[in-house]
Design a protein around this ligand. Structure first.
Ligand code: UT7
Length: 328
């Protein structure tokens, strides 16, 4: 096991004010609160107000994380924005955020790894800091999924929500910090979760818009099976590497895509509910934002304390997956 040296020293979150409940959705597509809640665990989600965009939520979450870490924006050396919903196809949202924050010393780029984006970005930042290249990094998981889902497609529009979570990473001494990680991808699953048009493979045209090809298409049951498998395997590998048992974990943060996935993993590992935070009921699936927001909420509630051992595992479009083991 590698020596711990890079820890999250501040976290932040930002959510849109506007709530959309399952009952609101009943008026928009043929669905029901009963179906949505029993199949997914979702009761409501947040939807970003018109006129605001990714950078607005990213900035709010970032400022709070920086404040909690005691860092000024001018001191930030690296900004990584994990997102599949950038403000523009070009350039990176991280550059827009850098300007908003006035963090002009920072290198800035986006990382697109689907719902695993935050875990991917954390490990990239960890490597830069451990190598001595940067003294700190601001990592954000943010999605405005309400702008890329088809509000006429009941199989996807009931699932997603908007939000941003941010974390500041810095070198630390002692036992705290990132212990190990595992990242994976299987590009053969590309069409299980993708947006067919709007990239250079199929540029936007009147026809692609008319065929609604610029919205998310997902094979839900396929992703469900994939998720249960890779989350289980990733956790097994992380625990084995650390010579740990599931019961050694104080917290397990799982990507919030479906409460049934979360519950099946929790029960398999025989972990009590209080060790496996759930926010999908309140926010839906916010892709790369679900884990950083859950981390922030557990810290804010005083449940995630210095010295606690945690694992976080995500999976998503790509297909991708990623997990970390960390001493808080
Ligand atoms: O963030 C990572 C990416 N996403 C995921 O991880 C999602 C993983 N997958 C899932 O969470 C689940 O597969 C879903 C929640 C998406 C779907 O649940 P399911 O139990 O796998 O349902 P299904 O897709 O097999 O559909 C079952 C039925 C179908 O009707 P028939 O063919 O059995 O008559 C659907 O048409 O439910 C119907 N259905 C709905 N009914 C009411 C699908 N969406 C809805 C809806 N309201 N919103």
């Amino acid at each position: 096991m590698k020596k711990c040296s890079v820890a999250i020293t501040g976290s932040g979150a930002a959510l849109p004010e506007r709530r959309m409940t399952n009952f609101d959705l009943e008026k928009m597509v043929e669905t029901s609160d009963e179906w949505i809640f029993s199949r997914t665990g979702i009761r409501e989600r947040r939807i970003l107000e018109e006129g605001l965009s990714n950078v607005d939520l990213s900035e709010r979450a970032s400022r709070e994380a920086l404040r909690n870490a005691g860092l000024e924006p001018e001191q930030v050396e690296l900004i990584l924005v994990a997102t599949v919903t950038p403000d523009y196809p070009l350039p990176a949202t991280a550059c827009n955020l850098q300007a908003r924050l006035g963090a002009f010393q920072a290198a800035a780029m986006d990382i697109a790894a689907g719902c695993s984006g935050f875990i991917y970005a954390l490990t990239v930042a960890d490597h830069f800091i451990r190598a001595g290249t940067y003294q700190n990094a601001l990592v954000i998981g943010v999605e405005i999924l309400s702008r890329i889902i088809d509000w006429e497609d009941r199989s996807t529009c009931v699932l997603f929500g908007d939000g941003a979570g941010a974390a500041v990473l810095q070198p630390v001494t002692g036992d705290r910090g990132l212990i190990s990680f595992e990242l994976g991808a299987d590009g053969r699953g590309l069409e299980s979760l993708y947006i067919p048009a709007g990239g250079v493979a199929l540029p936007t045209s009147a026809e692609t818009v008319q065929q609604r090809l610029h919205y998310v298409k997902m094979d839900g049951p396929e992703i469900f099976k994939f998720a249960v498998r890779v989350v289980g395997e990733t956790l097994d590998h992380l625990l084995k590497k650390g010579e740990l048992q599931p019961t050694d974990l104080d917290h397990l943060f799982l990507h919030q895509a479906n409460l049934r996935i979360i519950e099946s993993i929790r029960k398999r590992l025989k972990l009590p509910r209080e060790k496996v935070p759930v926010n999908i009921d309140r926010y839906g699936n916010m892709s790369s934002a679900t884990i950083p927001i859950a981390l922030y909420e557990e810290v804010a509630a005083g449940r995630l304390k210095e010295g606690d051992l945690l694992a976080a595992v995500a999976f998503g479009a790509g297909l991708t997956w990623g997990g970390i083991l960390m001493r808080w």
